[in-house]
Design a binder for this molecule. Structure first.
Ligand code: GDP
Length: 328
């Protein structure tokens, strides 16, 4: 356990910003080392889309399944012990099968879509689904409004899932548009947490900065609220050495013209961070970073890796919380 600073009102809250696979690994570590209920995970909804008449929220579901311990350990997305009768039947109909939907997973999308159509906000549905899985942490969509990431590629703009799943991230990217973000509002509870003097830390999980974290930061007022909040804001680098652990982060970074390393990650979040956690393989870079740094193993293979990284992040936050912060 990580010290669990308490106040009269119980353990101090921690806010984590997360995409899907990488983010949820650290979110699980945080959930396990914090007191039950202390963690709120803000999930990206820029990847959400409508498919086969269903509203699919890939990052919310990855965080939910991971925190519930029912995620597929091989893929990182979807559920373990999944069956695929629905996909097989869909294929036999000659229908679109480029996006994989397991039978158990499907139940979540059907129920979410039914309730959204009845006018229930996504945040309430997400909370209820989390409760039904027995999750003590809070999972909060970044907004209840519609935001859709579009990937600008050399072949033209693509809806996110067409780029990510159907085209397997093959087209070279030149930029991103978060449709609806300028008109959307961050979920009000995020802003309320950022104003809470008891907030212990904000953790930017090791998620893809461009397509998982930036849609969250693009919501009006959120960057300023993060920069102004009293709690230390700490990112964990999704880049280790000159590579991403999984997914297109490194490919995107290179295509956008940046060097693939932790300096680019730090530069991306410049003005927001009080600290950056980098991997031991990047120790030589520590002196070149403009923010306080903790160097530790950040590759999360096992459950104890996740817990140890979460403990290191919280310890770093607690040390920073006692110092004057945010210099550049
Ligand atoms: P997605 O929405 O499913 O693509 O997932 P995220 O955006 O949350 O995570 C993708 C990022 O997680 C990639 O940049 C990976 O490099 C990073 N990542 C995945 N696993 C790990 C890990 O164990 N350690 C670190 N440091 N980064 C990781």
């Amino acid at each position: 356990m990580s010290g669990q600073p308490q106040t009269g009102g119980g353990p101090r809250p921690v806010l984590a910003l997360s995409g899907g696979i990488g983010g949820s690994k650290l979110a699980l570590g945080l959930a396990r080392v914090l007191s039950p209920g202390a963690l709120t995970v803000v999930a990206n909804t820029g990847d959400d889309f409508e498919h086969l008449g269903l509203h699919i929220s890939p990052d919310i579901d990855t965080v939910t399944y991971t925190l519930a311990g029912v995620q597929n350990p091989e893929t990182g997305w979807g559920r373990a012990d999944e069956t695929w009768s629905f996909m097989t039947a869909l294929h036999e109909l000659g229908a679109e099968t480029w996006f994989q939907l397991g039978d158990r997973d499907l139940a979540v999308h059907v129920e979410r879509t039914r309730r959204l159509r009845a006018g229930v906000p996504l945040s309430e549905i997400t909370a209820d689904i989390g409760r039904s899985f027995g999750i003590a942490s809070r999972i909060l969509p970044m907004t209840d409004r519609r935001v859709r990431t579009r990937v600008i590629t050399q072949d033209g703009p693509l809806d996110f899932q067409r780029y990510f799943v159907e085209q397997r991230c093959a087209p070279a990217v030149t930029g991103f548009v978060f449709d609806g973000a300028p008109e959307a509002k961050p979920h009000p509870d995020i802003l309320a947490m950022l104003c809470n003097p008891e907030l212990r830390a904000v953790v930017i999980c090791p998620s893809n900065p461009y397509i998982s974290v930036d849609p969250i930061l693009a919501l009006p007022g959120l960057w300023d609220a993060l920069a102004a909040c009293n709690a230390p804001v700490i990112a964990v680098s999704p880049i280790i050495g000159h590579e991403a652990v999984k997914g297109p982060t490194a490919k995107m970074m290179a295509e956008l013209g940046y060097t693939v390393d932790v300096l680019t990650v730090a530069q991306h979040y410049r003005g927001l961070l009080d600290g950056l956690v980098i991997d031991t393989v990047d120790a030589a870079m520590a002196g070149r970073l403009h923010v306080p740094v903790v160097v530790c193993p950040t590759l999360m293979r096992s459950l104890s890796d996740r817990e140890e990284l979460a403990t290191a992040v919280l310890g770093f936050a607690d040390r920073l919380g006692r110092c004057a912060r945010r210099t550049g």
